[in-house]
Design a protein around this ligand. Structure first.
Ligand SMILES: *[C@@H]1O[C@H](CO)[C@@H](O)[C@H](O)[C@H]1NC(C)=O
Ligand SMILES: *[C@@H]1O[C@H](CO)[C@@H](O)[C@H](O)[C@H]1NC(C)=O
Ligand SMILES: *[C@@H]1O[C@H](CO)[C@@H](O)[C@H](O)[C@H]1NC(C)=O
Ligand SMILES: *[C@@H]1O[C@H](CO)[C@@H](O)[C@H](O)[C@H]1NC(C)=O
Ligand SMILES: *[C@@H]1O[C@H](CO)[C@@H](O)[C@H](O)[C@H]1NC(C)=O
Ligand SMILES: *[C@@H]1O[C@H](CO)[C@@H](O)[C@H](O)[C@H]1NC(C)=O
Ligand SMILES: *[C@@H]1O[C@H](CO)[C@@H](O)[C@H](O)[C@H]1NC(C)=O
Ligand SMILES: *[C@@H]1O[C@H](CO)[C@@H](O)[C@H](O)[C@H]1NC(C)=O
Ligand SMILES: *[C@@H]1O[C@H](CO)[C@@H](O)[C@H](O)[C@H]1NC(C)=O
Ligand SMILES: *[C@@H]1O[C@H](CO)[C@@H](O)[C@H](O)[C@H]1NC(C)=O
Ligand SMILES: *[C@@H]1O[C@H](CO)[C@@H](O)[C@H](O)[C@H]1NC(C)=O
Length: 791
């Protein structure tokens, strides 16, 4: 019964895939690409490569095996020291928004908030400060940033760790982040490569004694290049030292042993010079993974919480000695690991590992096989709170503002409601997988970042309620509050007096954590009832959403809901960030980095999940066919001309702006249609792809009554020769701050890659021969300026 259901499902998937031209007999296959390319040092790492060669030349075979295999130690990932060579080992730490388990360290806004700011400078600065904190705590490698998941499914449980489902926005911001982090001397590890778009069945399971393999993301070549690989190319262009391969399979082959994605796309086509490390426990084989391009096995053991045997480690020694693995390949693995180490000057004295950063219980001391030196506890926060507060506010999107209810004008009776307004009630590290917290039981307490390995331990948090109390008290206001959603759901605001408050601010939260996908896009904990009960009493109700996104907003048209703010995951200064927006100290300038649909069912769910699959003993039951190709998020709604609640790129301000004077300038006319095949391959691909061929400019003016910032956005529509995705594609944006009445010129540089589509037959980026549509505006659906460009 279950089996036949599974097969019926597969037959359906096969049929729908056929129309997109994917060869899909029953399951995808990934073409073999061997051998693994050697490092060349291209792109500025030549000198560091020579130092790495001198280092490798001194290693014994056993030391070589150690250099590519994790070992129990004080960090979440550890490479053993070699005291003989003054090499103190490598310390790898989670994660993308904080040095996860450390105290006296900052918890920064999540990637989602960074993306909603659309602010290259703030995102760059966030990278610099995170890099400084990792280095200060003795971590050589930061396990972030994230561009996989990209956000194919709005339900994806880890989307918030990355930036946006738009590959251009994600690509731009990941590059800034990598450059920022590495400028502080820490190695970035961009992850998870690739197609890691859902949490459910990301790893193999055992059903009735049968191993059922992890989900396979079956992605055609065009979609791979134009959507999922795109931001990874930016990360490499920014110099990412490392790439983490993912748990899932791609076209049937595991992410850490897929020679097409690792040898082919990453190291050959994109010219990657650094090393590929496995996600924790994502290595399923030894020599075969190495030949396919995997360079480092993390955390080393097969059972990854202890000092268990490894597919690498001693097995490498055995494989080299018995002739099944060449020593040259092992040397290349180490050169790839040590070149960025020298390039970033990590050999020139590095802080020792702060003893407070140890992942408690992860590696019991008894399991250590190597001696690690621990340093004292250090406070690495510096003045980073200022940027965190600013970016938290900059990543807040004003969606609705009826009758200019915001900014607040010193209301004397303020109501604050909702479980997200309150301080933590279950500790400052409540968001980890290990203590089993979930949307079901993490009730009262603000949600400032998500859960799992991408979380952070809060040295402090400023909860929204505390910040509002402080602000209200500064001018003598009454602040009335209820933070128990159960009480609000069952008794409304009956405890209030006097009522109604001048303004009622409701804080809702949407849970998301590594390890599971989101079951709903409506904020949990009875949020709809909470809003309706408050709005029934308060004709001036402001709703603030924290946590995962996108959400759908069933109460958005309630006439008493006068303002809505998508405040995302602002990190430790969350309360101050929202107060700055509510009282107008910061004029909101965040824009949605995703689409908010009218209702949940308007989205393509793009998530494979069912009871039948969960119970299936077919080892290959879990198949995710990316049949929608590039058409995700706003492209999906635009392709179908479907109305939305709030479109990609949208966000209100307390002032108004106007755009005028579109200019299109082709700087390199009549370029060859594809880049020269003899041009240099630099990290990020053929160097000609990164050359500017055209610029588009426009004039923006602040026409309102207060200073503010906005984000002019450039969208390109490719002619039909580019394939079935002739919808608009973001290809430029710029955050501009303008005083009242001020104007500025914005200029968007278009590189060859921006103007090209992926030609699968030629295996190259191709400039279209006919005109490309050019639209500039303030969102993906507010496009005042229109033109064309022919390159
Ligand atoms: C996956 O299969 C599709 C269809 O055959 C192909 O276009 C694509 O290049 C393959 N990708 C990988 C990584 O194997
Ligand atoms: C890598 O370099 C080694 C020599 O160090 C050579 O034997 C091997 O063929 C090279 N591999 C590739 C793919 O070029
Ligand atoms: C290790 O460091 C010591 C002290 O700085 C130095 O004398 C020695 O030459 C170094 N050894 C190597 C192999 O670099
Ligand atoms: C080598 O790998 C195998 C799995 O293929 C594992 O069972 C074995 O214990 C490993 N050996 C060592 C010495 O780590
Ligand atoms: C060589 O060693 C590797 C690792 O233990 C093993 O997987 C492989 O089967 C061995 N090959 C031969 C020919 O003994
Ligand atoms: C908003 O303004 C409209 C029109 O001016 C008015 O009808 C409505 O009552 C106002 N709503 C609130 C909540 O002030
Ligand atoms: C949710 O709201 C309903 C009223 O609509 C109430 O009966 C129920 O107790 C609430 N549940 C929780 C968990 O707050
Ligand atoms: C996945 O499916 C299972 C079984 O139907 C269900 O219990 C679970 O809630 C689903 N998960 C999500 C995230 O939809
Ligand atoms: C809006 O507020 C008014 C005044 O408090 C109330 O009479 C009305 O029922 C409210 N509307 C909704 C939809 O809750
Ligand atoms: C899209 O919808 C708008 C408004 O509903 C309509 O005017 C337009 O013709 C539609 N375009 C297409 C391509 O269906
Ligand atoms: C464009 O380039 C082609 C081939 O290089 C050349 O024949 C043609 O004259 C050029 N056209 C213009 C307008 O420059």
């Amino acid at each position: 019964m279950l089996q036949s259901t599974a097969f019926a499902w597969l037959a359906l998937a096969t049929a729908s895939v056929a129309q997109f031209g994917i060869k899909h007999s029953q399951y995808e296959t990934s073409p073999p690409v061997y051998p693994s390319p050697n490092i060349t040092g291209a792109g500025g790492w030549e000198e560091a490569l020579e130092k790495a060669r001198a280092f490798v030349a001194q290693l014994s075979l056993e030391e070589k095996a150690d250099m590519v295999t994790g070992t129990p130690g004080p960090c979440v990932g550890n490479i053993a020291p070699i005291p003989r060579l003054n090499f103190t080992g490598l310390c790898l730490q989670d994660g993308p928004l904080a040095i996860r388990q450390a105290v006296y360290a900052s918890v920064f806004p999540a990637g989602l908030s960074a993306a909603a700011s659309w602010d290259r400078d703030l995102v760059h600065q966030r990278g610099v400060f995170m890099g400084e904190e990792f280095k200060g705590k003795g971590a050589h490698v930061a396990l972030g940033p994230v561009v996989g998941p990209l956000g194919r499914s709005p339900f994806g449980g880890r989307n918030w760790e990355g930036f946006s489902p738009d590959s251009y926005l994600s690509g731009t911001l990941v590059e800034e982040t990598v450059i920022g982090m590495q400028s502080a001397g820490v190695q970035a590890c961009t992850k998870h490569y690739i197609g890691n778009e859902q949490e459910i069945q990301r790893n193999p399971t055992t059903v009735d004694g049968t191993t059922v393999e992890a989900i396979s993301s079956n992605i055609d070549d065009k979609t791979m290049h134009e959507t999922y690989l795109w931001p990874f190319a930016n990360a490499l262009h920014g110099g990412s030292a490392s790439i983490m391969c993912s748990y899932n399979r791609i076209n049937g082959s595991y992410g850490c042993q897929n020679s097409k994605t690792l040898n082919g796309l990453l190291k050959d086509e994109l010219g990657f010079q650094g090393y590929v490390m496995s996600d924790w426990g994502a290595t399923h084989v030894g020599v075969a993974a190495i030949e396919a391009g995997l360079d480092m096995d993390m955390p080393g053991g097969i059972a990854f919480t202890s000092a268990s045997p490894s597919y690498f480690g001693e097995n490498i020694t055995i494989a080299v000695n018995n002739g099944s693995l060449s020593i040259e390949r092992v040397d290349d693995m180490i050169l790839r690991i040590m070149t960025p180490y020298y390039h970033l000057g990590q050999d020139a004295g590095y802080p020792s590992v702060d003893r407070s950063t140890q992942p408690l219980g992860f590696f019991p001391l008894a399991n250590y096989v190597h001696q690690f030196t621990l340093g004292p506890l250090v406070d690495v926060r510096d003045e980073h709170a200022k940027l965190i507060r600013e970016l938290g506010a900059a990543g807040t999107v004003l969606l609705k503002n009826m009758n200019n209810t915001l900014p607040l004008k010193e209301p004397m009776n303020i109501g604050v409601f909702g479980n997200d307004a309150a301080d933590f009630t279950q500790g400052q590290y409540t968001l980890s997988l290990s203590n089993g917290l979930s949307s079901g039981n993490y009730d009262i307490g603000t949600l400032a970042v998500g859960g799992g390995s991408g979380t952070g331990r809060f040295t402090y948090v400023v909860p929204p309620l505390d910040a509002i109390k402080a602000r209200g008290q500064s001018y003598g206001a009454l602040v009335q509050y209820m933070t128990d959603n159960y009480a609000i759901s069952n008794s409304g605001l009956s405890s209030l007096a006097p009522t109604p408050p001048d303004v009622c601010i409701i804080f809702l939260k949407s849970w998301a954590s590594e390890g599971d996908d989101r079951a709903t896009l409506i904020a949990e904990w009875n949020s709809t009832v909470v809003v309706e009960n408050a709005a029934a009493v308060c004709p001036n109700t402001v709703v603030v959403l924290h946590g995962a996104a996108p959400n759908v907003l069933p109460w958005k048209d309630n006439a008493n809901v006068t303002a809505i703010l998508a405040a995302h995951m602002p990190g430790q200064e969350t309360g101050n960030s929202i107060v700055d927006i509510l009282w107008g100290d910061m004029n909101p300038s965040g824009k949605l980095p995703y689409t908010i649909a009218n209702q949940e069912s308007d989205y393509a769910k793009n998530l494979v999940n069912s009871t039948e699959l969960a119970e299936s003993t077919d080892p290959l039951a879990w198949q995710a066919d990316f049949t929608e190709g590039n058409i995700i998020d706003y492209k999906e709604f635009d392709a179908q001309n479907k109305s939305v609640a709030y479109e990609f790129g949208f966000g209100l301000s307390y002032t108004t702006f106007e755009l005028s004077d579109l200019q299109v300038h082709v700087s390199a006319a009549n370029s060859t249609r594809t880049p020269s095949t003899t041009a240099k391959i630099i990290p990020g691909g053929n160097e000609e792809l990164w050359q500017v061929l055209a610029t588009v400019s426009a004039t923006v003016k602040n026409t309102g009554t207060v200073d503010g910032a906005t984000v002019p956005q450039l969208y390109l529509s490719f002619p039909s020769e580019a394939g079935d995705d002739t919808v608009r594609n973001l290809r430029g944006f710029d955050k501009v701050s303008l005083g009242v009445g001020e104007t500025a010129s914005v200029e968007f540089s278009l590189m060859r890659r921006d103007l090209s589509y992926w030609d699968t037959a030629a295996q190259a980026w191709r400039l279209p021969s006919s005109a490309i549509g050019v639209d500039v505006g303030f969102s993906s659906r507010d496009l005042k300026l229109n033109g064309q460009i022919t390159v």
